[in-house]
Design a protein around this ligand. Structure first.
Ligand code: ADP
Ligand code: MG
Length: 240
């Protein structure tokens, strides 16, 4: 569904991604971990062309993305992203936040888009907040709106960059629950997170990034219990 081949990315003299190969199958949940600065965010951003690759290629649903010719806003619609900070529009209601992109990017008529947005809000448990402004929501509710907004584009895959890192501990669970529900429904997902319980229970595969390279790619059971990689073991001791 989503593949990256030989992805290289530098910022000036700093080589951040040093040849990444990643292949995410339809319905698969891949958790991406690694210490701060290892390149996790840059990799996600490259996968939906928020960042241009220096080298390598991305394919979405079997089709190679040509960043010169393709409409990148369409690519970003196909590969949605949820950020640590929710970036909601403060002057639009929850419903308007969710319906905005389908109206603007997909040219769906307002009434239809709002009907669909409402259904998605129901799914993330927030239909009762449809007419509220984001300022009135808790961090967990804001993040669920951000997920609803990504879902409104009917993406082929969703990327999550530390979606719970900015939340108070008591609000983390409701967001992880929505993500788990999506995983159960077969959404293709790549998730950067330090929530190891989520990784163990929900991931099909764990990928460990270290200094811009993938150093391990394994099923959770193997990764958490039988890794022979020194850097992985250090990492797991640190996050435990
Ligand atoms: P992670 O998400 O794993 O913490 P990042 O992908 O954010 O890592 O960053 C990897 C490295 O790239 C860091 O050293 C960071 O400072 C650098 N970096 C990321 N984005 C930029 C940018 N836009 N310009 C310059 N350096 C950047
Ligand atoms: Mg990051």
């Amino acid at each position: 569904m989503l593949t990256g081949k030989n992805i290289h990315k530098s910022f000036d003299d700093l080589e951040v991604l040093k040849g990444i190969d990643i292949d995410v199958e339809a319905g698969e949940v891949v958790v991406l971990i690694g210490v701060s600065g290892s390149g996790k965010s840059t990799l996600l951003r490259c996968m939906n062309f928020l960042e241009m690759l220096d080298e390598g290629e991305i394919t979405v649903d079997g089709r190679k993305v040509n960043h010169k010719k393709d409409d990148l806003s369409k690519v970003r619609a196909e590969v949605g992203m949820v950020f640590q900070h929710f970036n909601l529009f403060p002057h639009k209601t929850v419903l308007e936040n969710v319906a905005e992109a389908p109206i603007i990017v997909k040219k769906i008529n307002k009434k239809q888009a709002e009907k669909e947005a409402y259904a998605i809000l129901e799914k993330v448990g927030l239909s009762d907040k449809a007419d509220v402004y984001p300022g009135k929501l808790s961090g967990g509710q804001k993040q669920r709106v951000a997920i609803a907004r990504a879902l409104a584009m009917e993406p082929k895959a969703l990327l999550f960059d530390e979606p719970t890192s900015a939340l108070d501990p008591e609000l983390v669970g409701e967001v992880l629950q929505v993500m788990q529900d999506l995983a159960n429904e077969g959404m293709t997902m790549v998730v950067v997170t330090h929530e190891m319980k989520f990784a163990k229970e929900v991931a099909d595969r764990i990928i460990m990034l270290d200094e811009g390279r993938i150093i391990e790619d394994a099923k959770p059971e193997i990764f958490f219990n039988h890794s022979e990689n020194e850097r992985t073991r250090q990492f797991l001791e640190m996050v435990d």
